[in-house]
Each structure stands twice: as C-alpha cells, then as structure tokens.
Design a protein around this ligand. Structure first.
Ligand code: C2E
Ligand code: MG
Ligand code: MG
Ligand code: MG
Length: 281
C-alpha cells in the first residue's frame, strides 16, 4: 500500500500490478534453472550486405522455452536476468555457444562469417571483459574478426571513463563493435569520434515507417551519412518490406537485417540458407 499525497488518501497496487510482479518473481526463479536444464538456445538472423548481395553474418538471439511458461520473450527475461546478475553466466553461455557455432560453420565450409552477439551493460562493465572474450575465442578456435559485439548507447555510456579504455582494448584484439538500437539512446555523439566503433545499427523504430515518414527518412539518411564520414558501416534492423529496403539502399545503407530477408533461424536452417545463397551467386 502506497500513500499518495492526493487529497483523499491512498492508492493501491492493482490486481494487474500484483499479477505482474508475481510473474516477474516466478520467471526469475525459473530462469535460474533454465541454463542447466538446457532450456536456452540461440537462433541466428542472417545479415545481408547490399553491395554484394551476400550473407556476411548473423545476429545471435537468445530463446527460452520454459516447460512451465512456454516461450518467453528476451524482451521480458533479459531485464530480469540483468537485475538478478544472472546475465553474467547466461551471457557467457551465449558467447561460448555462438562461437562454437561459428567454428562448426567454418568447419562445414561456410564462407567467413561474423556472428553478432548482444552484450548487456552488466557484462560490458566486467573489468576483465576483453580477457574473457579473448579466452573464449581461443577456446573455440575462432579468429577475433568473426565476432561482433552489439552494445547499446546506454550500455557504452554508463561508465564513459572505463568504456573508452575497454573499447580500445577490444579493438586492439581485433574484435568488432556495433552500436545497437542507434538513435534511441541519450548520449553525446562525441564518443563516436573517440571510440573505435565498426558499425551503427539503425534502430527499427526509424525503419518501420521509412517509406512514408519524412522525419524517419531524414534521421536514417543522416545516420548513414554521418557513419560514412566517420568511416563506420551501417546496418538497418527490422526491415520488413521491399519498399523499406529500396529506400535504405538508395540512401547508401551498407547492410540490412529483417523479416523481409529472413527471420531468425535455427542453426541448421541458417546453414542451408547460406549455402543456397552461395549456390545462387
Ligand atoms: P535487438 O538486439 O535490437 O534485436 C533485434 C530484435 O528485433 C530481435 O528481437 C529480432 O528477432 C527482432 N527482429 C528482427 N527482424 C525484425 C523485423 O523485420 N521486424 C520486427 N518487428 N522485429 C524484428 P528478439 O529476438 O525478441 O530480441 C529482443 C531483444 O532482446 C534484442 O533486441 C536484445 O536487446 C535482447 N537480446 C536478445 N538476445 C540477447 C542476448 O543473447 N543477450 C542480451 N544481452 N540481450 C539479448
Ligand atoms: Mg542486437
Ligand atoms: Mg537492435
Ligand atoms: Mg532493438
């Protein structure tokens, strides 16, 4: 019961709020066991290089199939994992699994692939992150340029003093870095100049209405121009239609990812998709 300063008394948690917090607590408990019980898996969404019409990589996206709760969206369980600290062990599992998968694909003769892995602020803040990742790359036998870390502006900017140093270290080790959901955070653009960032990921909120909304068109074009002047690449996420793709291509966007080209795929389906793509070109 929360006392409000309104004139007639107090407000209450509604039954919806109670149900919501009960679900969050229960999901948090279930998530603790999900990793050991093998309920987590990764799917891979192909990324297309427009100039070569070639799949050059994939974003690894986490999936949780809970026997109790069914398929839970990462948009719901990642924040729970972040606030409980569980994201550190889940994040390590994601990195190891994605790297092992790339090694497998390289062994199967797939052309050089870059796997993009999402990194939470909590993971990025680990002081030994560059060492940890280098060790995982060695263990998996994967060259560093096959890994791209996706970091949001907020995650990179949480601790700007140590972030610059860490990004520099990752860069020196040859690991690629992309800024995810670019344009939705609150941060100064000056970090783009100071940090070695390979790619800006144009957020899907700018892509959704890009064929009709002139503001979204202006924002997307400005991001693409700025990235190019600063020698960074661009990838647009959430591309669902041929019209969106046409606008992005005409604006000079390098790469795209979205349902128009492919949904996130199971590892075997991704392999077939790439091999078919290679066969056609
Ligand atoms: P994100 O990194 O921005 O990933 C893009 C999201 O857009 C994914 O949702 C993807 O499935 C979805 N998407 C891709 N193409 C389209 C499209 O054409 N249209 C629409 N409407 N959506 C599209 P998903 O897989 O549900 O992941 C949601 C978020 O959860 C991710 O956003 C990321 O922030 C987080 N996440 C996912 N996996 C991981 C992980 O392994 N670690 C961490 N820390 N976060 C993760
Ligand atoms: Mg991402
Ligand atoms: Mg994104
Ligand atoms: Mg997003």
């Amino acid at each position: 019961r929360v006392k409000s300063d309104g004139r007639n008394g107090s407000c209450f948690f509604t039954p919806e709020m109670q149900a919501r917090s009960a679900r969050l607590i229960a999901l948090g408990h279930a998530l603790k066991q999900a990793q050991q019980r093998g309920e987590l898996r990764l799917v891979y969404q192909p990324q297309l290089r427009l100039s070569e019409h070639r799949i050059f990589g994939a974003e690894a996206l986490l999936r949780w199939d809970s026997p109790q709760w069914g398929a839970v969206s990462p948009a719901e369980f990642i924040p729970i994992a972040e606030s409980s600290g569980l994201i550190l062990s889940i994040g390590d599992w994601v990195l190891r699994t994605a790297l092992r998968q790339v090694r497998h694909w390289l062994d199967r003769g797939l052309p050089d692939l870059v796997v993009a892995v999402n990194l939470s602020a909590v993971q990025f803040d680990q002081p030994d992150l560059p060492d940890r990742i280098s060790r995982m790359l060695d263990e998996a036998g994967v060259p560093p340029h096959c890994l791209e870390l996706e970091l949001t502006e907020a995650a990179a900017m949480k601790t700007p003093e140590t972030a610059a140093q860490k990004i520099q270290e990752l860069h020196q080790r040859g690991i690629r870095l992309a800024i995810d959901d670019f344009g939705t955070g609150y941060s100064s653009l000056s970090y783009l100049k100071r940090f070695k960032i390979h790619k800006l990921k144009i957020d899907q909120s700018f892509v959704r209405d890009i064929d009709s909304d002139v503001d979204d068109q202006a924002i997307a074009s400005a991001i693409i121009q700025m990235a190019r002047s600063l020698s960074m690449g661009t990838i647009a996420e959430g591309v669902e239609t041929a019209e969106q793709l046409a606008f992005l291509r005409a604006s000079g966007c390098d790469d795209i990812q979205g349902y128009h080209f492919s949904r996130p795929l199971e590892p075997d389906a991704f392999e077939h998709f790439v091999l078919r793509d290679v066969g056609e070109s």
